[in-house]
Design a protein around this ligand. Structure first.
Ligand SMILES: [Zn+2]
Ligand SMILES: [Zn+2]
Length: 264
C-alpha cells in the first residue's frame, strides 16, 4: 500500500485552501499517482484556537484562521467516501503538553504528527538557526533531546522529518542507537521532502532508520506537499529507503488506532 501521510491543504499557488474542493484536488492527483490514502496535516500554528501556545513571531504572524473549516473540509471528504485522513502537524512545545492536548481534544483526529521547527526562538530549518547560534554538535544535542521529549509526551502518533536539524551545517558522527531508543514510543516519518532542500537528502538518514528498525519502530510515508502538484512526490525513493533499512510494512491510522499494512 502506498500512503502519503503528510501534506498541507493548499491551492496550487500555496495559499491555504481549507475546502472540500481543495481535498478533492489532492485526492484526484494522488489517485493518478497510485497513492491509496491521503493524510492532511496542516500546520497547527495557522489556527487561532491554538494561539496561546505560540511565542515565535513566525507562528504568531500566521495564527489567524479558525481550525473549523479545515477539520470540516476533511471530514466532509470522508463523508463523500474519499480515502482521506484527518491529521495535523503540531509543533511540540516542551512543558505545554497538557495545554496542547486540551486545545486539540475537540476534533476527530486520525493522527497527530509531532514536529520541531523551532527550539525557543531559534530555527531548526529557518534562520536565524540554532546551528548558527550554538554550533552543530550542541544544536543536535538540543534537537534530539526535544524530539525525545515529543516522542515520550504521548501527544503524537508519528514524528515529522526526524532529522531536520541536518538542514544547516555538516552532518557529524552521532549515536543513532541512543536517538532511536528515545523515539521508540512513536512512528518515524520517512519523508521525500528533503530531496528538494539544498542538502538533497531523505529524512531520516539510513543510519537512524536502521536503528529504528532494530527497535521495531513503525514508519509513516510523507511527501510534505505544500501544493497539490507535489502530492506523492518521490515517495518511490522514500519506500526504497525504508526497504533498504529492513522495513516491509507502513503504519496507517484511523481515529488514532494503529495498523501495519504491506509497504509499497
Ligand atoms: Zn514540518
Ligand atoms: Zn509539513
Amino acid at each position: 500500500m502506498i500512503v502519503d501521510y503528510h501534506m498541507h491543504l493548499r491551492a496550487p499557488d500555496e495559499s491555504l485552501d481549507h475546502t472540500v474542493e481543495g481535498v478533492e484536488r489532492f485526492v484526484e492527483l494522488a489517485a493518478e499517482r497510485g497513492i491509496q490514502e491521503v493524510g492532511f496535516t496542516e500546520h497547527v500554528y495557522y489556527f487561532v484556537e491554538t494561539r496561546s501556545l505560540w511565542t515565535v513571531p513566525y507562528h504568531l504572524e500566521r495564527c489567524v484562521r479558525s481550525i473549523v473549516p479545515y477539520v470540516d473540509a476533511v471530514v466532509e471528504g470522508k463523508r463523500r467516501g474519499l480515502p482521506v485522513k484527518l491529521g495535523l502537524e503540531v509543533d511540540y512545545v516542551p512543558g505545554r503538553e497538557d495545554e496542547t492536548a486540551e486545545l486539540l481534544a475537540p476534533y476527530p483526529w486520525d493522527y497527530l504528527i509531532g514536529s520541531a521547527h523551532f527550539v525557543g526562538q531559534a530555527g531548526i530549518d529557518a534562520e536565524p538557526s540554532l546551528v548558527a547560534e550554538v554550533g552543530v554538535e550542541a544544536a543536535w544535542h538540543t534537537y534530539y533531546a526535544v524530539l525525545g521529549q515529543a516522542a515520550a509526551s504521548g501527544l503524537f502518533e508519528t514524528l515529522a522529518h526526524p532529522d531536520l536539524v541536518k538542514m544547516y551545517g555538516p552532518e557529524i558522527e552521532w549515536d543513532w542507537g541512543a536517538v532511536a531508543n528515545s523515539l521508540r514510543d512513536v512512528c518515524l516519518e520517512v519523508s521525500s521532502a528533503g530531496l528538494h532542500k539544498p542538502h538533497g537528502k531523505l529524512y531520516p538518514s539510513s543510519d537512524l532508520l536502521r536503528e529504528a528498525r532494530h527497535r521495531r519502530v513503525g514508519i509513516t510515508l510523507a511527501s510534505d506537499a505544500h501544493i497539490p502538484q507535489n502530492v506523492g512526490r518521490d515517495l518511490d525513493q522514500a519506500i526504497e529507503h525504508a526497504r533498504a533499512a529492513g522495513y516491509d510494512t507502513v503504519t496507517v491510522f484511523d481515529q488514532r488506532q494503529v495498523a501495519q499494512v504491506p509497504l509499497g
